[in-house]
Design a protein around this ligand. Sequence first.
Ligand code: ZN
Length: 193
Amino acid sequence: MLQADTVLDIFKRVGALLEGHFRLTSGLHSPGYLQCALVLQHPAEAQACGAAIADRVRGLAPHVVLSPALGGIVIGHEVARALGVRAIFAERQDGVLTLRRGFTLAPGERVLVVEDVVTTGGSTRETIEVARAAGGQVVGAASIIDRSGGKTDGHGLDVPYHALASVAFPTYQPDACPLCASGLPVVKPGSRA
Ligand SMILES: [Zn+2]
């Protein structure tokens, strides 16, 4: 089984562990960022991460993996491959996360929500609500990285949550960010080459 150290070693090896001044999707600022796409661009690494997550969640007996686009799609598909179930995704339409493209859930279908990174749990909770609104039974959530460092109590999720690795970069509200105070320009990860 892929261990947490090994997962972070992969991130370091492919240059997916970034240091600087970043604005996270949550709106918080941080000196560190893990760019999962740089790991997932390698199909062998993506498959290994997917298999490792699948090992941790198999006991939840999910019937389908649901991921939020775009970040969750590749890893969601790999987890589903390892579990032998289907993979669907939710995407934003007019700002609201929704199932499109004919994706549906059967009533009571057992859903596992999979993302690349969980920081505040906001998008995870939103994806869980999408599944429930579509009639699914959410049995758990999982991600490659727990960006909170495991400090939040399950991110306030009301389902079991599993991550391959936990990291604890500090995060700051923009108006209390020492990096902003020092005049270092803030970068939105993924917006630079
Ligand atoms: Zn800042």
